[in-house]
Design a protein around this ligand. Sequence first.
Ligand SMILES: [Zn+2]
Length: 126
Amino acid sequence: MRSRYSAYCVRDIDYIYRTYHSSCRVDNPKAALTAFANSSHFIGLKVLSCEQSIPQGYVSFNVRYMQQNVVYEFTERSRFLFEDAWYYVDGVMTDTAPVKIERNALCPCNSGKKFKQCHQHRLSGN
Ligand SMILES: [Zn+2]
């Protein structure tokens, strides 16, 4: 699970695609994964719990990321299936209300810079 998060951070789309269960790949084409990863900057991940009893596993986590000038946050309980490795199948997501970032506020990435001098211009949106 952590490895999938890291893959989003470094935009390793092949890895994300490969770790989707085969039944989910049609719904998560590489182009969509790429568009999401390229327009998002991940800020933090907290793994809340992890249960593994082959062939099924659950990981609950909380993640924050920004897109353009908005911080998004959600908590998800992900379901994984073990075949030759663990594959992500689906998850139940709880969204937190998105928060707009003001130009002069500190950038949520914790760089210590103002948003307008940091990620405001680095995030291409669509
Ligand atoms: Zn920043």
